[in-house]
Design a protein. Structure first.
Length: 465
C-alpha cells in the first residue's frame, strides 16, 4: 500500500471518529419525537428512501471510471454526463407536475423502473446505449429528488401527524443517508476490486426492482391538487417562485451551489488521478474509499450545523457556508499538491453537509405544498443548464479555470443568501405590524426544523445522474 493510500485510510478512520463524537454531543439530551403510529410510518418511508439512495450512491464513484475503462476519451465522457444533466433539466420541468397531478406513488414506482433500465445499459460498451442510459438516469434523478420527499410530506399531513415532527424525519433521512452513502462507497470498492467496475450497477439494478415492487405494495397514493389541469399545476410552480422573492432566491442558491457540486462530481476523479499517480491503481480501491470519506465529511458538516444552529439562524449559517465554499474552490484552483487538493475536497464535502441541511429546512419553510414537486424540479433547471454549459466546453478549459467558474457561482449564491436574509427580516418585521398580514409560509411546516443531524439528500443527484 502506497503513502497516499495509507493517508486516505487514516483520514477515513479519523473522520469516522470525529463524526461519532459530534453525534454524541448533538444527540445528548434529545428526547423521542412522535407517537407509535408516526414512528411506524416514518420507518416505512425511511426504509424505501435509504434503499433508493443506496442504489444511487452505489453507482456514484464508478460512473466515470467505468466509462474510462471502456476506452472513452474525456470529451466523450463529458458528452455522456451532459446527456444526463440535460435529460434531468428537460424532463424535470414536468415530471414534478405529473406527480402532483397523477400521483406521487406512481412516479416513485416509475423511478425504480427508469433507474433499473439505466443500470442495464452500463453492461454494454456502446456509446449510443450508454447515452440512452444517461437519459434514463436523468429522468430517474429528477424523480428521486422530488417525489419521494413530496409523498412523505403530504402523507405525514394527511395522517394528522404534528407538522413539527417532520423535523425528526428529515433529520433521520439526512444523517442516515450519510451512513448509507459510506456503506455504499465501501461496498462499491469491494465489488470493483473483486468483480470489476460494472458490478455495482448490477447490484443497484436488483435493489431498484425491489423498490418498485415494495412501493407499489406498501405505499398509499397521494397528490398535490388532482383537480387542477396539468398546465395549472405546472404554472403553479412558477407562480410560487415569482410571487415570493424568498423562494426565488432560495432556488438560485440551490441551483448555483449544486451546479458547482455536480461539476465537482465530474472533476474530482480525473483531478485526483492526475495529482496522485497511485489513485488509478484499481487494486487499492481508492475511488470507493475516497467517496466514502466524502460522505463521512457530509455527515460531519450536518452535525456541525446542528451545533451552530443553537446560536445562529439557518440563513446566517447558510450565508457563511456559501462564502467559505467559494473560497475553497478558489484554493483548489491554485493548488497543485495532491494531499492539499484531497483535504480541500473533503472541506467542500463538509460544506455540502451544511448545505443539504440548510436548504432542506428552508424548502420546508417557504415552498407551498400544493406545488412542492413542481417547484423542486424547477429549481433543478438552471442547475442542469449551468452544468451542461460547462461540460460542453470542458475541453476548452483548464482544470483550474473550471474551479474558478464554480467559485464565482458560489460567490453569487452567497449574495443571494444575503438578499434572502434581508427579505426574511423585513417579512418578520411586517408580520409583527398590526396593519400587516403574516408572511406566507408553506403549510407543510410553519415551524419545520428538518435536519438537525442530517445528510445530504442528496446529494444528489450524484455522479450517477
Amino acid at each position: 500500500m502506497g503513502a497516499f493510500a495509507s493517508f486516505s485510510w487514516i483520514f477515513f478512520g479519523v473522520a469516522v471518529c470525529v463524526t461519532a463524537c459530534l453525534q454524541f454531543v448533538v444527540r445528548k439530551g434529545e428526547v423521542n419525537t412522535g407517537s407509535a403510529d408516526f414512528k411506524k410510518f416514518q420507518w416505512l418511508w425511511l426504509t424505501v428512501y435509504y434503499t433508493a439512495m443506496f442504489c444511487d450512491w452505489l453507482q456514484g464513484p464508478n460512473v466515470y471510471v467505468l466509462y474510462e475503462s471502456y476506452g472513452l476519451a474525456k470529451d466523450d465522457i463529458a458528452v455522456l454526463f451532459v446527456a444526463g444533466f440535460a435529460s434531468s433539466a428537460v424532463f424535470g420541468t414536468f415530471v414534478g407536475s405529473i406527480a402532483d397531478k397523477y400521483g406521487r406513488k406512481k412516479m416513485s414506482v416509475a423511478f425504480g423502473v427508469f433507474y433499473a433500465l439505466a443500470c442495464l445499459t452500463k453492461l454494454v460498451n456502446n456509446f449510443q446505449i450508454l447515452l440512452l442510459g444517461r437519459v434514463l438516469s436523468g429522468i430517474a434523478t429528477s424523480l428521486l429528488f422530488s417525489v419521494f420527499e413530496a409523498w412523505m410530506v403530504a402523507e405525514h399531513l394527511a395522517r394528522g401527524f404534528n407538522p413539527d415532527w417532520l423535523g425528526s424525519t428529515f433529520s433521520k433521512a439526512i444523517f442516515g443517508n450519510g451512513i448509507v452513502a459510506v456503506v455504499a462507497g465501501v461496498f462499491a470498492s469491494f465489488l470493483t476490486i473483486n468483480f470489476g467496475y460494472v458490478s455495482p450497477f448490477l447490484v443497484s439494478f436488483a435493489c431498484l426492482v425491489l423498490i418498485s415492487l415494495w412501493v407499489s405494495r406498501s405505499w398509499g397514493e397521494n397528490f398535490g391538487d388532482e383537480t387542477m389541469e396539468l398546465s395549472s399545476v405546472f404554472s403553479g410552480g412558477f407562480d410560487a417562485i415569482t410571487s415570493d422573492q424568498r423562494v426565488l432566491f432560495l432556488g438560485l442558491i440551490q441551483s448555483l451551489f449544486e451546479a458547482s457540486m455536480y461539476v465537482f462530481v465530474f472533476m474530482w476523479t480525473p483531478v485526483l488521478g492526475a495529482r496522485v499517480p497511485e489513485f488509478k491503481d484499481q487494486s487499492l480501491g481508492l475511488f470507493g474509499l475516497t467517496f466514502a470519506s466524502f460522505m463521512v465529511c457530509v455527515m460531519i458538516g450536518s452535525s456541525l450545523f446542528s451545533l451552530l444552529q443553537r446560536r445562529y439562524s439557518t440563513e446566517s449559517i447558510y450565508c457563511a457556508l456559501l462564502g467559505l465554499s467559494a473560497a475553497v474552490f478558489f484554493f483548489i484552483s491554485i493548488s497543485t499538491d495532491g494531499y492539499t487538493t484531497f483535504l480541500l475536497f473533503m472541506l467542500f464535502e463538509m460544506a455540502c453537509g451544511v448545505h443539504f441541511t440548510c436548504n432542506g429546512m428552508l424548502r420546508g419553510k417557504y415552498i407551498p405544498e400544493e406545488s412542492r414537486s413542481a417547484v423542486m424540479n424547477l429549481f433543478r433547471i438552471p442547475l442542469n443548464v449551468l452544468v451542461v454549459l460547462v461540460l460542453l466546453w470542458i475541453k476548452n478549459f483548464a482544470d483550474n479555470t473550471v474551479y474558478q467558474i464554480c467559485s464565482a457561482w458560489l460567490a453569487i449564491s452567497c449574495f443571494c443568501c444575503y438578499r434572502l436574509i434581508a427579505l426574511s427580516t423585513s417579512s418578520t418585521v411586517s408580520s409583527h405590524s398590526p396593519t400587516s398580514s403574516p408572511a406566507p409560509l408553506s403549510k407543510a411546516s410553519p415551524s419545520l426544523q428538518p435536519p438537525r443531524d442530517h445528510h445530504g439528500v442528496s446529494i444528489d443527484g450524484q455522479a450517477s445522474e
